[in-house]
Design a protein around this ligand. Structure first.
Ligand code: SF4
Length: 532
């Protein structure tokens, strides 16, 4: 086959497990979207394919994969994260039944290539460093192979403009862009630093502004998420970029409201906080993991120690950005009162959306290597469940130091406390009093999906769908509208997320109860006297 022979590449984004904290299914339905996030990785890969190839994208989270798609394709390219593993494996089988070769890539295949050995091609590591090798092999007529990018070598300033034109914007709550890869910290459980390294690599200002130009030209308006592992990993570069981002927003009348992920030491840097506010960041995800300094030190998350974490969060609120935070139960150093202390911390810090998960030893992390050495890692620890959920229900894939039923009981206690409607409303109320949006750009971008329904109408729809929220949510709404009207839109947006979080937490609790019962049965069976 000659190098100019065209190829029809079908890019398929696999389904995430159905029961996950992050799918916000009910909130998506309320806003008229089908899934929160668009597949940025695949549209970046699409941009690296030869220009004479034809490309189609199917996102299994938002649309059906049809027979006609498979008949059309010369090759299928797919892959994703651990919660997409089951669907990815099912896709490989389906494609092979239709005689379609499959190229697999992405973070889970990179961390656990052995799981994907049925794929015809495995393209592992950052695609920019290796996709050309696969294309050359394909053009030369090869029909199988594994290509591995050298680690952490990719120069992201040469990463192409993602093919945003392949996205159906109306399907998503937000669209992602990526400014940097990698994180300088050393958290023991983290796979980011194993996949992308500890020296953050940033795109150029012109490059990322060109990406925003492209989104703007395609007509997208609204929420843009910087999907960086840690946006503030390279503060020096970021401080040069943010003023230009602010100018761009001003010149375009603030078409995008921004969110990202950042480490909590952001709170130490007033200049950076204000630069982010001025560039129109309104929300951050922060990994807190645990309020216990000993546990933080043991997991090597030292940036969270030697500080008052509650004050740090409130400082970010004071700069006009709300915080979603991650917490984990199941660390070796946890004490007996972890459930209560975690719930107490979440209330005090007034973090409405707290992603509390069970510790999961992700493939190829410092944690997994240590647990393997200690003989505590479960067999098939890197095989994702084919049914069920994410780390909220399937975590603890290793022998815990405390009895498993105690860890699960603590976990259950946190969820049961923080996702009661009154507790969630109390955090919203507190947040409404702390969130200073006076210096933030406040209107919804014109054309933004989120502006299609008024705040009062949204609250009405939320409390109609979940009657137990009626009284506390209306009370928060009225108080916020009276005392901090600039924060009302964000508070109502967080109420909408409760449509998913409330019922989801109850389903997780039911699943944890089943797991506790199974653990107790097993313990009882092991304690039975031998019948000899
Ligand atoms: S701060 Fe976040 S991205 Fe960085 S090492 Fe820790 S968990 Fe990973």
């Amino acid at each position: 086959m000659g190098p100019e022979h065209s190829c029809r590449a079908l890019l398929i984004y696999p389904r995430f497990v159905s029961e996950t904290f992050w799918n916000f299914a009910e909130a998506c339905a309320l806003m008229g979207a089908r899934y929160p996030a668009a597949p940025l990785g695949l549209i970046t890969v699409a941009a690296m394919l030869p220009s004479h190839w034809e490309v189609r994208l199917v996102d299994r989270n938002t649309e059906d994969l049809t027979e006609a798609d498979l008949v059309w394709a010369d090759i299928v390219m797919t892959g994703g994260m651990l919660p997409q593993q089951a669907d990815t494996l099912a896709l490989i089988e389906l494609c092979h039944r239709r005689d379609r070769p499959v190229v697999i890539g992405g973070p889970d295949a990179t961390s656990s290539p052995h799981i994907y050995k049925q794929a015809d091609f495995r393209v592992l590591g950052e695609a920019e460093g290796v996709l050309a090798d696969f294309i050359a092999a394909w053009d030369a007529g090869e029909r199988a192979g594994t290509f591995t990018a050298p680690k952490f070598q990719v120069d992201v300033t040469r990463s192409p403009m993602p093919r945003f034109d392949l996205l159906k914007f109306e399907h998503y709550l937000y669209v992602g862009v990526q400014y940097s890869r990698g994180c300088p910290f050393t958290c023991e459980f983290c796979d980011i630093i194993e996949l992308y390294g500890r020296v953050p690599r940033t795109k150029t200002t012109l490059q990322i502004l060109a990406e925003l130009d492209r989104l703007y030209a395609l007509g997208y308006r609204g929420h843009v998420d910087f999907v960086d592992d840690n946006l503030i990993g390279n503060k020096k570069a970021l401080k040069q970029f943010l003023p230009r981002l602010k100018e761009w927003q001003e010149e375009h009348n603030y078409p995008f409201e921004l969110s990202t992920e950042a480490s909590v030491n952001l709170a130490d840097d007033d200049v950076l906080l204000h630069m982010m506010r001025d560039a129109n960041f309104f929300a951050l995800f922060v990994g807190i993991e645990s309020p216990d300094p000993e546990t933080l030190a043991a997991m090597r998350k030292k940036q969270n120690t030697r500080r008052n974490l509650v004050d740090s969060i409130h400082k970010i609120y004071g700069a006009g950005m709300c915080v979603t935070a991650g917490f984990i139960v199941g660390f070796d150093s946890e004490r007996i009162e972890v459930g209560e202390s975690l719930a107490h911390f979440i209330e005090l810090s007034a973090i409405p959306v707290a992603m509390v998960g069970l510790l999961y030893a992700l493939p190829n992390t410092q944690l997994t290597r240590r647990l393997a050495k200690e003989g505590r890692l479960h067999a098939n620890h890197d095989v994702a469940a084919t049914t069920g959920g994410d780390q909220c229900t399937t975590g603890l894939n290793f022998d815990t130091l405390r009895p498993l039923r105690d860890v699960l009981g603590d976990y259950r206690r946190v969820l049961d406390t923080i996702y009661q409607p009154a507790a969630y409303a109390a955090r919203l109320q507190r947040l409404a009093s702390l969130l200073d949006r006076s210096a933030s750009h406040r209107s919804v971008p014109i054309g933004d999906l989120r502006g299609s329904v008024g705040a009062m109408e949204l609250v009405h729809r939320i409390v109609s769908a979940l009657p137990e929220t009626r009284e506390p949510f209306w009370r928060v709404f009225i108080t916020c509208a009276r005392e901090n009207p600039n924060a009302t839109r964000i508070i109502v947006g967080l109420m909408a997320l409760y449509l998913h979080l409330g019922p989801f937490s109850r389903r997780v609790i039911a699943e944890i109860d089943r797991r506790i019962a199974a653990t107790q049965q097993l313990t009882a069976a092991m304690e039975l006297p031998c019948a000899s």
